[in-house]
Design a binder for this molecule. Structure first.
Ligand code: BES
Ligand code: ZN
Length: 632
């Protein structure tokens, strides 16, 4: 049920159009009223007082690992005598009102997931508050890297990760995806470093270490992001470019050469890119995700730099979020599939336009395999209801519900609709959907009502929408992807199983996806000699492609192939991408010997991981040590 608390008319000004190149009439809809829904993961009460703009002024102390500064907010008030922010581990020094007068404030009880509510008392008419604060040692969004933990090993590095509810650990904020703000920031960093944010960005160093940023489109809090380090820029086109550490920037620019074409393909599908520039920052290897769609500046893992441009569909995914997610946003984390399911669909449409149908059939089938694995895993756990698209995460860490279901079941659902109405109608619908809900946050119910009225009824199409959205499991009308290329891989695998030596197999011309499919489908219980034979023929252990290496290492663990342990240890202690860590540690912990190895490596590696990976792995490995992680 859509728990609408109240309706506020916001976004009456037009300054959010500034960085935008879309015709004005397409944007007229943004002046629509915003409905605030109950978000179980935020203390904020936007129906009483809601923030509309943030002016952030912070100092980044790379030695003390602390951010100190002020967050000044413009408020829109409706009722009540206070405004509530979310905080996590912040020290609040002082709160003043627009007129400079101190304001009374209280911090509520600590909740291990939600943090603490900061309630600021507001006299009648007060519409500005300024909060002086500093971050704590356990700021979950932040990862502070010592020089040794970076690619170049020369300078320290800091990056933030806001999604889902971590922004509150570095900015006091109304931290709900249903609340949107514009922001300006002034960030002071050590002179030898550069700062970049999810906003307009510098391309060169300033002389004094002070950087100014502007995001004049209304975004949810989880999209506010900051990176500080020895960052350099290189253009890949007129609107696109890459940031990275000095030693990585040329390599990254080569690898991501298709970015400009991706933006063009995306615009051709679903309308103008509305955020000005599209850049990617390639972060040090501990970044916990493949990518994060911070507006104007996608944050990415260096594990996509394979040397052959084969893993750049990740950029297509994060770029697609510039429409699904950043323009039209899930109103609560229960609606996460609206962000990710639509984005996977859009990502596939971009890569199909650029790389063709075979490519797409392969990635769709890999995704379907992931979905089956995830559903089996969820079904054997405590929350089998998490295989529904629409989640119910109240009382839980939203991160726990963010699985492949949102991505791949969401994608499969949209493919079913596309199949029923045909591509032209579905494309027109999506284009209209992005325009209609642009710069708004919506619930699953809003989507249901909209698609029924705008697409299903006019096309006279029957759809088992509730089964797809609200029930667990996979509905029987899923369209299972078929890939001719993978059928060929299957027959090569069969030949190997029948005794053809690995070096004589017909693997010429295979790319990353064929190898992933091959590795995922090796038979169980391989002998040492068979593993040796495969590695001698295909040099998996030496692969510089992270997807191939990770899939191979998983097989090594399953088959107790001890020769790969040095590589496994090197991988697990340098790469912090959760998607790779979880299956590897998961396989390791399945046997007593593997578990011992896992614990030894984890003790050494834990200090290199971001809090989101640490959170998942501590739980998985029942890690007991309460000492703060030590970096090596
Ligand atoms: N928005 C997500 C990352 C995310 C999800 C952060 C949940 C926090 C909570 C991002 O767009 C994403 O989906 N990244 C994927 C890559 C993609 C190609 C599927 C990843 O990191 O693996
Ligand atoms: Zn995504």
């Amino acid at each position: 049920m859509n728990q609408v608390l109240s309706i506020l008319s916001i976004c009456a000004t037009a300054n959010f159009l500034a960085a935008c190149n879309a015709p004005a009439e397409q944007l007229a809809d943004v002046a629509h009223k915003t409905q605030f829904v109950m978000d179980p993961h935020s203390y904020a009460r936007p129906e009483e007082a809601v923030t509309t703009h943030l002016d952030l002024d912070i100092h980044v102390d790379m030695k003390q690992h602390r951010i100190t500064g002020t967050a000044t907010y413009d408020l829109k008030r409706q009722s009540g005598d206070s405004v509530i922010f979310d905080t996590y581990g912040l020290t609040i020094d002082k709160v003043v009102l627009g007129d400079g007068m101190p304001a009374a404030f209280t911090l509520g009880a600590k909740d291990s997931i939600l943090g603490q509510a900061l309630r600021v008392a507001l006299p009648p008419g007060a519409d500005k508050v300024s909060i002086a604060y500093s971050t704590g040692p356990e700021a979950k969004a932040l990862q502070w890297l010592l020089p040794a933990q970076t690619g170049d090993k020369q300078f320290p590095f800091l990056f933030t990760q806001g999604e889902a509810i971590l922004t509150r650990s570095w900015i006091p904020i109304q931290d709900s995806p249903g609340i949107r703000i514009t922001y300006n920031a002034r960030v002071t960093v050590p002179k030898e470093l550069m700062a970049a944010m999810s906003a307009t960005n510098p391309q060169e160093r300033s002389t004094d270490g002070v950087y100014s940023f502007k995001m004049d489109q209304r975004i949810p809090s989880y999209l506010i992001a900051l990176a500080v380090g020895d960052i350099h820029f290189k253009a890949t086109g007129s609107r696109t470019g890459v940031y990275a550490e000095r030693g990585m920037v040329d390599t990254a620019a080569w690898e991501l050469a298709d970015m400009e074409k991706m933006v063009e393909a995306a615009e051709k599908l679903y309308g103008p890119y509305r955020w000005g520039r599209y850049d990617v920052i390639v972060l040090p290897p501990s970044f916990p995700f493949g990518g994060m769609e911070n507006p104007c500046l996608t944050f990415a893992t260096p594990t996509i730099i394979a040397g052959d441009r084969s893993l750049t569909s990740l950029v297509a995914h994060e770029l697609a979020h510039s429409w699904s997610g950043n323009l039209v946003t899930n109103a609560t984390w229960d609606d996460f599939w609206l962000n990710e399911g639509f984005t996977v669909y859009f990502e596939h449409r971009i890569t199909e336009a650029l790389y063709g149908k075979d490519y797409n059939d392969m990635t769709s089938l890999l995704g379907y395999q992931d979905l089956l694995g995830t559903i089996a895993e969820i079904d054997s756990g405590k929350h089998p209801e998490d295989t529904a698209l629409h989640l119910h995460l109240a009382g839980r860490d939203p991160d726990d519900g963010m699985t492949d279901v949102a991505y791949e079941k969401g994608y499969a659902f949209l493919r079913v609709i596309e199949g029923k109405v045909g591509r032209p109608k579905f494309d027109a619908f999506l284009r209209g959907y992005f325009d209609h809900f642009a710069f708004r946050s919506i619930t699953t119910d809003t989507f249901k009502t909209y698609i029924t009225k705008e697409l299903l009824e006019p096309a006279n199409v029957a759809l088992n929408m509730d089964e797809w959205i609200d029930r667990p499991g996979i509905p029987s009308n899923i369209l299972i992807p078929v890939s001719d290329k993978f059928t060929k891989v299957d027959s090569v695998l069969a030949q190997w199983e029948k005794g053809t030596p690995a070096k004589d197999l017909a693997t010429q011309g295979w790319g990353t996806f064929e190898w992933m499919h091959f590795l995922r489908h090796l038979p169980a219980g391989l002998k040492e000699a068979q593993m040796d034979q495969l590695d001698a023929a295909f040099r998996f252990t030496d692969s510089s492609n992270s997807e191939i290496l990770a899939a191979w290492l998983e097989q090594c663990v399953k088959n107790d192939h001890a020769k790969a342990w040095p590589k496994l240890e090197e991988f697990l202690t340098t790469v912090g991408r959760r998607k790779f860590l979880v299956p590897l540690y998961g396989e390791l912990k399945a046997t007593p010997k593997g578990r011992a190895l896992a614990m030894r490596i984890y003790a050494k590696a834990r200090g290199n991981y971001h809090s989101v990976s640490v959170g998942t792995l501590d739980q998985m490995l029942a890690w007991k040590d309460s000492k703060p992680p030590v970096a090596f």
